[in-house]
Design a protein around this ligand. Sequence first.
Ligand SMILES: Nc1ncnc2c1ncn2[C@@H]1O[C@H](COP(=O)(O)OP(=O)(O)OP(=O)(O)O)[C@@H](O)[C@H]1O
Ligand SMILES: [Mg+2]
Length: 338
Amino acid sequence: MEQNKIIRDLRVLTEEFIPSRILHRDSQLSSLKTSLSPLLSDSRPRNSFLFGPPGTGKTSISIHVAGELKKQIPLKFAHINCWESYTRHSILYSALKGFGIFAQRKGTPTDDLLEEFRNKSKGPCLIVLDEIDRLEECEILYDLMQAGAGLIMISNSENALYRMDPRIRSRLSSTENIQFSRYTDRELSDILSDRREWGLVPGALSRQQIGKISLLSNGDARTALGMLSIAAQKAEEKGLGKIPSSLIDSTLPQAISGSMKRILESLTPHQRIIIDILKGGKKGSGELFPSLQKECSRQGVDEMVNRTFRKQMERLVRHGLVSFEGEGRWRVYSLPEP
Ligand SMILES: Nc1ncnc2c1ncn2[C@@H]1O[C@H](COP(=O)(O)OP(=O)(O)OP(=O)(O)O)[C@@H](O)[C@H]1O
Ligand SMILES: [Mg+2]
């Protein structure tokens, strides 16, 4: 097999990779560890709320710290993305799945899942609710806390917890707020240099090039690592011995659109079909629903009842992925202007 000239370990350059060294997040790490330290003596930890712009390390730190704890105690742990799981039922299902228990997804009543969660979460238990602003049935927070689970809640928006019901907000009043700011160029350069060491063949990317990527990434480590990884892969495909600077410039739009892609990838098949249909132009709601049914049967996706369709449309509108004009039967849906 031919030796790679650029990439030493592609895994290290992927977004899912959780680095064992988290750089420039000492104060956030220390706050989070302090909040969670009661878990070590089998007591209830303090809940935390991590907020800040995209690509600033919120998800990585949570998973990293949970990993450290797991080495010391038999921690029940689940990382749940509330974009994907936003109902009480699906959160409980995902939490159990995180513990390694696979409940029957359809048909198991929510109360049964809750009962199972209560039984299985005994002892030290930590649940990460990522993108918590997407959570729709917020009373689940109450259930999780009642069962004794510690919570790490994550959002881009500092106000994500304000919209909760007063009863839940009061239960969350002692939550530790931990802020994440954009990285400075120098901090991003350090993060990139660390990855370069593990991910790339020595000499493939220069220090100046790392500086350039950092400058273009606007404090977002995901964009920076995305640029590095795309440029490295392109250079490798071309059989080059070093990454040329021209390749770095051309990767920026692709790395930025990676964030948008992330949102689109987390859509349900129905939501994706709706967006695809609207890519073809505006559609009245009376026209959109039958088009959706037709497309579902063509793609072998379960058909949808009208009530679910309306709920899905509300969700897409609420999250800014679809816009509309007019009301009721006259409502016309379209994709928002970029
Ligand atoms: N301090 C750091 N040290 C090393 N790698 C980091 C650091 N911060 C972020 N990264 C890397 O950057 C990428 C994005 O980080 P992460 O997913 O944690 O961001 P986030 O704050 O959760 O973003 P979002 O709000 O968009 O979900 C990950 O691949 C992660 O490994
Ligand atoms: Mg995240």
